[in-house]
Design a protein around this ligand. Structure first.
Ligand SMILES: Nc1ncnc2c1ncn2[C@@H]1O[C@H](COP(=O)(O)OP(=O)(O)OP(=O)(O)O)[C@@H](O)[C@H]1O
Ligand SMILES: [Mg+2]
Length: 493
């Protein structure tokens, strides 16, 4: 593995930075091919040498056989003194001389040792001459002592020649054996080398291609879960770099689109809210109108208690304040601004949200709020309001489906063990069928008719809660109602 990393680094240094995967693979392929070629050429030449050695060793054996044959006729000649044996012996000697002459060059080239050749040739020549002398003196019947001396010399030379050939054959045989076992070792090492290189190149490829792709895959899974944060992929490959850049661009675009989506969802809920808000403003407005009417009628009537007139004015001021509150909440909600967390009272946030939606709640639906005043959260006011609005809106819609009167309960409590706050929004509405519960947070999932719902309400709510490092769960029973529970980190008392 270390070798693989070193190899990648060397390639990066050699070819500048960054280089493409295609180039890396091509370079690796050629390096691998070159090594395999070197091994193949080496093995081929090695085999050729072994083949030549074996051929020469066979020639040597032929030579040894001839020498032994020469000696056989020599023995026969000394035993029976037959002219035929001498002639055969001489023929064989001449044939051997020619054989050595003919193959001298080949022996020199192919055998490990060649110093024996002149020595053997000299011995052969001398042997031939003395043999001839012996034959002549024998046929002329000369001094027997002289003949015995010649015979001794001939035997000595014959033994010498056989000795030379045996020695050379043995040495060559051993050399060939050594060469063969060397070749075997080289082959095994080459094979191991090719296997190791194959593994190393595999690792290199996996490092270069598969790892960055795996990282991208992990990133994509995170995006699928809704996390758009930036990421870094450490790679020196052109393709991976440009792919990563394109991917990052897409991520940015997606983020922008999601913002737009949230904005349009907000506008959509604003539409629903407006009718409610108008309704909500209507009450204080008619209160103000009737107070004004009474006042204008009775302002000059001195019999009417001044305290009563003051009371009416106070009521007008109170109602005006209430209307100011409604308008402020509406303005707060519609203002487009950056996501900004601040310390907020959960009770106030819930109350402000209710102001926005109260007008939409039918009179048969009872709303109960149990939120302690001492819960402080770190949140974006507008976003969290949007989340609550979506949940309350769904609750109203689910109750509207039934015929009975309904109840929506918003409860909050601290979970000190986990240092979190839990907020549940339950309704006594129609409930959600178990098979669709896993889908309700999916974008565009809706059971409403075409053109009626976007199916983004719960998706966006989930996103908002995730932005606040929180969680949202749902429990529901068909015919009984639904409870959404939000868990947010607690930020002090
Ligand atoms: N309180 C609830 N009671 C019963 N069903 C619910 C409740 N809240 C959500 N659902 C189901 O989940 C689906 C998805 O809800 P979501 O708020 O995402 O979209 P929607 O309400 O259909 O559309 P939109 O929010 O745009 O009006 C709803 O269509 C409904 O079937
Ligand atoms: Mg909805």
């Amino acid at each position: 593995m270390h070798f693989a990393i070193l190899y990648v680094n060397v390639i990066i240094k050699m070819f500048g930075y960054p280089i493409s995967i295609r180039r890396k693979i091509t370079i690796s392929y050629y390096v691998f091919l070159a090594i395999v070629l070197i091994v193949a050429v080496f093995t081929y030449f090695n085999l050729m040498t072994v083949e030549n050695r074996i051929a020469s060793t066979e020639l040597l054996h032929g030579l040894l056989d001839k020498t032994l044959e020469i000696r056989r006729y020599e023995k026969n000649y000394f035993l029976y003194k037959q002219e035929n044996d001498y002639i055969e012996n001489r023929r064989l000697v001449i044939e051997t001389e020619e054989f050595v002459k003919r193959h001298k060059e080949e022996f020199r080239r192919r055998l490990a040792q060649s110093s024996w050749i002149p020595h053997f040739q000299d011995s052969l020549r001398e042997y031939k001459q003395i043999m001839e002398k012996d034959f002549i003196s024998h046929s002329k019947g000369r001094n027997p002592a002289n003949v015995i001396n010649l015979e001794d010399n001939i035997r000595k030379l014959g033994r010498e020649m056989v000795g030379i050939m045996e020695e050379v054959s043995r040495t060559e045989h051993n050399n060939t054996q050594n060469l063969l076992s060397f070749s075997r070792r080289v082959l095994i090492i080459s094979f191991a080398l090719v296997v190791v290189l194959g593994i190393v190149f595999g690792q290199v490829l996996s490092r270069v291609v598969i790892k960055p792709l795996k990282l991208l895959e992990n990133r994509m899974n995170k995006i699928a879960e809704g996390s758009f944060e930036d990421f870094v992929i450490d790679s020196s490959d052109k393709e991976i770099i440009s792919f990563t850049n394109a991917f990052k661009r897409m991520l940015k675009e997606l983020e922008v689109r999601q913002l737009h989506l949230m904005q349009s969802e907000k506008l959509a809920s604003l539409g629903t809210m407006l009718s409610g808000v108008a309704h909500e403003l209507n009450n204080p407005l008619s209160n103000v109108a009737s107070s004004c009417q009474i006042l204008s009628e009775e302002i000059e009537d001195v019999t009417v208690d001044i305290a009563y007139k003051k009371e009416l004015l106070l009521q007008i001021e109170e109602q005006a304040d209430r209307m100011k509150n409604i308008v402020r909440s509406l303005l707060d909600f519609t203002r487009v601004r950056e996501f900004k967390k601040e310390l907020l009272s959960l009770k106030k946030l819930v109350e402000d949200t209710i102001v926005l939606i109260r007008g939409r709640i039918p009179t048969e639906v009872e709303l109960a709020i149990n939120v302690p005043g001492d819960i402080i959260i770190h949140a974006d006011n507008q976003r969290l309001q949007q989340a609550f609005l979506n949940l309350i809106k769904n609750a109203i819609e689910s109750i509207e489906k039934g015929i009975e009167k309904g109840r929506i309960t918003i409860t909050a409590w601290k979970d000190m063990g986990h240092n979190t706050v839990k907020i549940s929004i339950s309704d006594t509405g129609a409930g959600i069928r178990p098979e669709i519960i896993p889908k309700v947070f999916d974008p565009f999932f809706t059971t409403k008719g075409v053109g009626k719902g976007t199916g983004l309400g719960l998706f966006i709510t989930h996103e908002i809660i995730a932005e606040h490092e929180g969680m949202i769960n749902v429990e529901s029973k068909v015919g009984q109602g639904t409870t959404f529970t939000i868990e947010l980190p607690l930020k002090g008392v």
